[in-house]
Design a protein around this ligand. Structure first.
Ligand code: M6R
Length: 610
């Protein structure tokens, strides 16, 4: 996910572009850049790092007075964050910004090289810029050039283009990536999202696919592929800037939970090739990992909780022993690492100090390290021997949600890959699970999201609790640990997760009249055992919210005071919709209490200190 802005009009474009990019920084923040039509050409300023770095470079560029320009804030997908890979990408004829992923960029590069083009960056975007350049050279028609280029591109894109020999005009086109177009009293704008235009106008056009927009500062024209001018209906915004940046959601956390189906699709789909798990990492796709005798998963917080589920799934499917550790403990514990062990680091940010230290500790002992990371080019990603990226897009809320879900999906695929290597599953069995992951996971998570209002109604009955317990067995217990962390960190309710078989060893003494207990029951072979645990707490007066799968609710009498039925999914995949319900529960409790859900007290999104 990246952010695009463009302005052409009577004002100086630089401050308008920077101002617009600030509202889009949530879409990506590893580098930023602008291109401004200036004199007879185009001037470009771009830099790796946060937008502030670009802004300070531009402080000394009072010479950039042009009223037509495009800007970009990047979240790397092809090529690490660097000055070179930052957008805009340019030729002597044009500059282009892009949001999306061009799948056939390697093919396009080959074709462009035959035409004499060379490349400076690793980005798919530079290939697109040169493709438009090729057709502009050929046709001298700015709209036709974009259509011709688009016809060859596979994948998703939103483009903003300015041409060196066309003063004051911006061109835009999109497919599967958002882009809006607007006309204000002092100029035309393009943007990835509504907040970027709100200072100028509340009226905008949602650019249709297959249409090129041309903005000249005074009006906007839309062209279809026959180059005929067409009309598009204008829409009105009635949100304020803050709300709009969250896409109309009251908090980033809710928005990010709602993004889970999409993040899961983006993470899973490219990793299943010919029906089998495939990571696009040479070592991972060969039999390299067959030589590992033991696996250590090291991470912090929610990422570590994803590791706990990973352990259950890897051990179940591949029968390879897995040790999960908290990074801050691992680094000082002098852990036993054998030369044929593998250390997997999981991190959303890739900058967590303890996780990074654990990685360095493992490497110093010659142990092979594999990182599962969301932020491309982050420290953990750079330093690990191999990296698998989770493609969740930027996560802004301190409480991690969609990042956890995609981390789980990678661990499942990893477990399946390992099961093939270890011979614990046949190819057909692995194919069957892969097919289900693609079909069932995003669909079930969507259904869980659709239960949000019901979860909120139930949350109302639990929001004033002082203490709350989560119980479950097996993978349900693993999920309880994450559900409990989510609730504590944003609602400040004291909560504990217990394997329900442990209750009788102490915790049950805390259960008195009205104490809330959330009981997970999605795993059939331990269902009756969990039910016994539920009966035990109910007989001591607990109020039980049962979160159970439909099939188990049909088969067994699961006692409850309140009930949420997990959307039906193959039992192996039940953690995905179940965790979404737990995240929604924590979210609604915190929101109902009126807390600052996205920025809970004492916490930071990225913990880069010990
Ligand atoms: O960026 P990381 O995934 O390495 O962060 C690890 C933890 O700090 C993080 O998961 C934290 O526990 C979250 N606030 C939980 O929601």
């Amino acid at each position: 996910m990246c952010g695009i802005i463009g302005y052409t009009g009577s004002q100086r474009s630089v401050p308008i572009l920077i101002d617009g990019l600030r509202t889009l920084e949530y879409r990506g923040y590893d580098s930023a850049g602008i291109a401004v039509r200036q004199g007879d050409g185009i001037s470009i300023v771009k830099a790796k790092g946060r937008l502030d770095r670009l802004a300070s470079l531009l402080d000394s560029r009072a010479d950039l007075t042009g009223g037509c320009g495009i800007g970009h804030t990047r979240w790397a997908t092809h090529g690490e964050p660097s000055d070179r890979n930052s957008h805009p990408h340019a030729t002597e004829r044009l500059a282009l910004v892009h949001n999306g992923i061009i799948e056939n960029y390697a093919e396009l590069e080959e074709m462009l090289r035959l035409q004499g083009y060379t490349f400076d960056s690793e980005t798919d975007t530079e290939r697109a810029a040169k493709l438009v350049d090729l057709y502009y050279r050929e046709t001298s028609d700015p709209v036709k050039a974009i259509f011709k280029a688009a016809a060859l591109i596979r994948g998703s894109y939103a483009f903003g283009v300015i041409y060196a020999d066309i003063p004051n005009k911006i061109y835009a086109m999109r497919r599967d990536s958002p882009l809006i177009v607007a006309q204000s009293k002092d100029g035309g704008l393009i943007a990835s999202d509504i907040p970027a235009i709100l200072r100028h106008t509340h009226s905008y056009y949602r650019l249709q696919e297959g249409v090129v927009a041309e903005l000249n500062g005074e009006c906007v024209k839309f062209y279809d592929s026959n180059l005929h001018s067409i009309d598009q209906p204008a829409e009105q915004v009635d949100w304020d800037v803050e709300q709009a940046q969250k896409g109309g959601y009251p908090h980033f956390m809710l928005k990010e939970i709602f993004e889970e189906p999409d993040s899961l699709r983006k993470t899973i789909a490219p990793r299943i090739v010919d029906g089998l798990p495939h990571f696009g990492v040479e070592q991972l796709d060969g039999d390299f990992f067959a030589r590992f005798e033991g696996i250590h998963i090291i991470a912090c917080g929610t990422a570590m909780h994803a590791g706990i589920i990973g352990k259950s799934i890897i051990e179940k499917l591949a029968r390879v022993p897995v040790n999960v550790e908290i990074a801050s403990e691992f680094r000082y514990r002098d852990p036993i690492l054998r030369k044929n062990d593998l250390v997997i680091l999981i991190s959303q940010s890739g900058e967590t100090a303890d996780t990074l230290a654990a990685l360095r500790h493992a490497k110093a002992q010659g142990i092979y390290t594999l990182a599962i990371v969301n932020v491309i080019g982050s420290s953990v990603a750079r330093e690990a021997d191999s990296v698998i990226y989770t493609w969740a897009g930027p996560e802004i809320a301190v409480a991690s949600t969609k990042a956890y879900s995609v981390q789980l999906s990678i661990l499942y695929l990893f477990a399946l890959r390992l099961a093939l290597l270890e011979g614990t599953m046949t190819e057909d069995e692995v194919r069957a699970v892969c097919a289900r992951m693609l079909e069932e996971i995003p669909a079930a998570v969507e259904k869980a999201i659709a239960m949000s209002d019901r979860v909120r109604d139930i949350a109302r009955a639990y929001m004033n609790a002082e203490h709350l317990f989560y119980i479950g067995r097996n993978v349900d217990y693993d999920l309880c640990v994450e559900g409990s962390l989510k609730l504590k960190e944003i609602s400040y309710i004291h909560s504990e997760a217990y394997a329900s078989g442990e209750l009788k060893h102490g915790t049950i003494s805390l259960i008195t009249d009205g104490v809330p207990v959330i009981a997970l029951t999605t795993i059939s072979h331990v269902c009756e055992k969990t039910i016994s645990g539920i009966r035990e707490v109910i007989s001591r007066g607990a109020r039980v919210l049962s979160i159970c799968s439909e099939s188990l609710a049909d088969k067994y009498q699961i006692p409850y005071s309140d009930q949420l039925i997990v959307p039906e999914v193959d039992e192996l995949l039940s953690p995905f919709p179940t965790v979404t319900l737990l995240q929604l529960f924590a979210y609604h409790v915190s929101a109902l209490k009126g807390y600052d859900v996205d920025k809970p007290r004492n916490l930071a999104k990225s913990v880069t200190v010990e």
